[in-house]
Design a protein around this ligand. Structure first.
Ligand code: SAH
Length: 364
């Protein structure tokens, strides 16, 4: 990392209160600073006009306030916006904005690449580079917000971009605190969702720290199939996954678990799969989100024919499962689920990238 100073956005407001108190500053300055950074979108300390002049210069000299710049923007015909963002060390990540009638969802990345290598996901093929810092997670919200039409604002944040959030838990928790704090982004907890492929030991620590929705990338109802789709299943098999989720009872009392199920032609889309999935979903408070596989790169995996998707959906619904079909958004710009990978053909060379050297050369 080329970062020389700490970044104000690496701290929740509570964390920042403690941190600046050690510098001899009044803790309430943390709320004021957060108001500028997150509510007004002002990053230059000199423009934070209700702070004393000495504090402003102290902030300018000893703190960073920005960690990501926009390197490319793709806009889909359906309104989805994907941005490639570049960090100080040249690392590149992608974030996706999904405007809908009543809400605007931002999908954020938590790692540069991913170590889990799920067989149907483009990010997996890209390998793992590093975790993102809290400031880099939060700057995705700050940068993407600047790309919205004037009257729109981000209403929902999903941790479903590149990477496995629960393998970067501390940074994710601190980022969620900034999203939820009324003096920062002030999102309601039910509007923030963290998705995991099933890093079981980290699920309870997440939910005990922050009251977010939990999404679990299920994709299969037998260990045999899930081992092949989500290699992490070999370490944390289905039985243990379900036991962990059931044991959350008290914590998730108000919120069902969201099971994400990517439908793949001939792999997990049969009537038996639907039957097992319905039984599994019924065994705890949950909702199922079906996502027909989005194709990418060299993958030979395909979505099922539409009729199969419809039948699967009806099978689940007729068994009393709460199920939704996620319409693919942004696939024309490779912004749909599982397509985030920074293809080399899309690389836009800008001065920041060439300065950064080899770290910027992403494959995918
Ligand atoms: N690592 C986390 C978050 C990132 S993936 C997780 O696994 O949950 C976000 C969602 O997109 C996951 O449910 C993932 O399984 C799904 N996904 C990945 N590749 C996909 C593809 N090619 N088509 C459809 N959904 C995909």
């Amino acid at each position: 990392m080329t970062r020389t100073h700490p970044n104000l956005k690496d701290y929740s407001i509570e964390g920042l209160r403690g941190r600046i108190a050690r510098d001899g500053l009044a803790p309430y300055r943390a709320e004021q600073i957060a108001g500028w950074l997150y509510q007004r979108g002002v990053e230059e300390p000199e423009r934070m006009t209700d702070l004393p002049v000495e504090l402003r210069s102290q902030l300018r000299e000893r703190w960073e306030t920005r960690s990501l710049d926009v390197s490319a923007v793709d806009r889909s015909a359906d309104g989805t916006v994907k941005a490639t963002l570049i960090a100080r060390d040249g690392a590149r990540i992608e974030s996706v904005l999904i405007p809908e009638e009543n809400r605007t969802t931002l999908c954020v990345s938590t790692q540069v690449g991913c170590s889990l290598a799920c067989s149907f996901c483009a990010t997996g093929a890209f390998g793992f580079q590093r975790n993102l810092a809290t400031a880099e997670i939060i700057d995705q919200v700050c940068r993407m917000r600047e790309l919205l039409e004037a009257e729109r604002q981000i209403t929902n944040v999903v941790f479903m971009g590149m990477g496995e959030p629960l393998l970067n838990l501390d940074a994710v928790i601190e980022a969620v605190r900034i999203l939820l704090h009324p003096k920062a982004f002030g999102l309601a907890p039910r509007r923030v969702t963290v998705s995991t492929a099933g890093v079981l030991p980290k699920i309870r620590p997440l939910l005990e720290s922050v009251p977010v929705n939990l999404a679990v990338s299920l994709h299969a109802t037998t260990d045999d199939v899930r081992d092949r789709l989500v290699p992490l299943n070999r370490r944390f098999p289905l039985r243990e996954l379900l036991a962990t989720l059931r044991a959350l009872d008290g914590i998730t009392a108000r919120r069902p678990v969201f099971f994400e199920y990517t439908l793949i032609d001939g792999v997990n889309d049969g009537p038996e799969d639907a039957r097992r999935l319905a039984r599994l979903a019924r065994s705890l408070p949950s909702k199922v989100n079906l996502i027909p596989m989005n194709t990418h790169g060299d993958s030979t995996l395909r979505p099922p024919p539409e009729a199969t998707v419809d039948r699967f959906l009806r099978d689940l619904a007729s068994r009393g499962t709460t199920v939704t079909l996620r319409r693919s958004r942004g696939s024309d710009i490779d912004a749909a689920c599982g397509q985030l990978a920074l293809r080399s053909s899309r690389r836009v060379v800008d001065p920041a990238v060439s300065r950064a050297g080899p770290a910027a050369a992403a494959s995918g």
